[in-house]
Design a binder for this molecule. Structure first.
Ligand SMILES: Nc1ncnc2c1ncn2[C@@H]1O[C@H](COP(=O)(O)OP(=O)(O)O)[C@@H](O)[C@H]1O
Ligand SMILES: [Mg+2]
Length: 271
């Protein structure tokens, strides 16, 4: 009898069906919207048809699950099955187009009611801000600036959201970069610039965060994380034609980067 509510897909993320489109989140660049689902949950929906493609959803899942593994707060993720029929009840043409472009599996992020955007004021809660910095450096996330912190405060804690702009190496895979250059080593050596990061002032705590996180992550953890990404979003690219091959490519990129450490920002020495 539990099968109707948040049934686990083979991949481990619950799969639920969208029952209603509620409202767009206008501040988001990717046109996310709030939807309700048949598990009676309310989710922020990231649409597969939003223009940046399913790779953005893959990055959201991988980095969101990594965040959870290293002890950060991040909203629960689900796979939202969308029947574009619901577009019929939508007056807004832009929303109609988005729903029609997104049949099938979309990403759902548990909506945190009453949360508000981090503004640097109440200070991070129990989450370790240096771990957020570490995660963004490791995954080359470029989307956590003062302009756009992608951090929410909720129930006194700091929650990380919006990880679509990380792991950008995968955008070149479609053009054949995976087959041509291999790539994991290149990603491993790629520096990351913390100048714009909203939590850059915590860089002096990175060595401790780094030591702790390196005890929590390894190749097998990456494989578990990749297992949560639905097959449907792992579209073939030259050099990786199946979901399994794509998963193993992501695992090699993450594993190579974990072995390196020059991407980790170094705290500025104050005079
Ligand atoms: N799980 C959530 N709960 C509450 N509000 C959210 C949640 N996810 C996103 N939001 C709000 O919606 C905005 C846009 O979502 P975000 O994931 O940052 O998408 P975008 O890629 O469009 O920036 C966020 O800045 C935040 O204000
Ligand atoms: Mg955002």
């Amino acid at each position: 009898m539990t099968a109707d509510f948040g049934e686990l897909g083979a991949d481990g993320l619950a799969r639920v069906r969208v029952t209603r489109y509620v409202t767009p989140l206008r501040e988001g660049g990717s046109l996310p919207g709030i939807v309700e689902a048949d598990d009676l949950g309310t989710y922020v929906c990231k649409f597969r048809g939003a223009g940046q493609g399913v790779r953005v959803l893959v990055a959201e899942v991988i980095v969101g699950e990594l965040a959870r593994r290293i002890g950060l707060h991040t909203p629960r993720l689900v796979v939202l099955d969308l029947d574009p029929e619901i577009a019929r009840y939508e007056a807004d043409e832009e929303v109609q187009d988005l729903l029609n472009a997104s049949p099938g599996l979309n990403l759902g992020i548990d909506f945190l009611p009453g949360s508000f955007g981090y503004d640097g004021d109440p200070g991070p809660g129990s989450a370790d801000p240096a771990k957020v910095l570490w995660l963004d450096a490791f995954t080359a996330n470029v989307d956590r600036s003062w302009r756009n912190p992608n951090l929410l405060l909720w129930h006194g804690d700091l929650w990380v959201i919006d990880h679509g702009a990380s792991l950008y190496f995968h955008h070149a895979w479609q053009g054949g970069s995976l087959a041509k250059e291999g790539g994991p080593e290149r990603f491993a050596q790629q520096p990351w610039n913390s100048d714009d990061h909203v939590l850059r002032q915590y860089a002096d705590q990175l060595p401790a965060a780094d030591a702790e996180i390196r005890r929590q992550l390894d190749e097998s953890v990456f494989a578990e994380v990749l297992a949560t990404v639905p097959d449907e979003w792992l579209e073939p690219v030259p050099g990786a034609e199946t979901p399994a091959a794509l998963r193993s490519a992501y695992v090699s990129f993450l594993t190579a980067r974990l072995r390196a450490s020059q991407w980790l920002p170094v705290a500025e020495v104050s005079a």
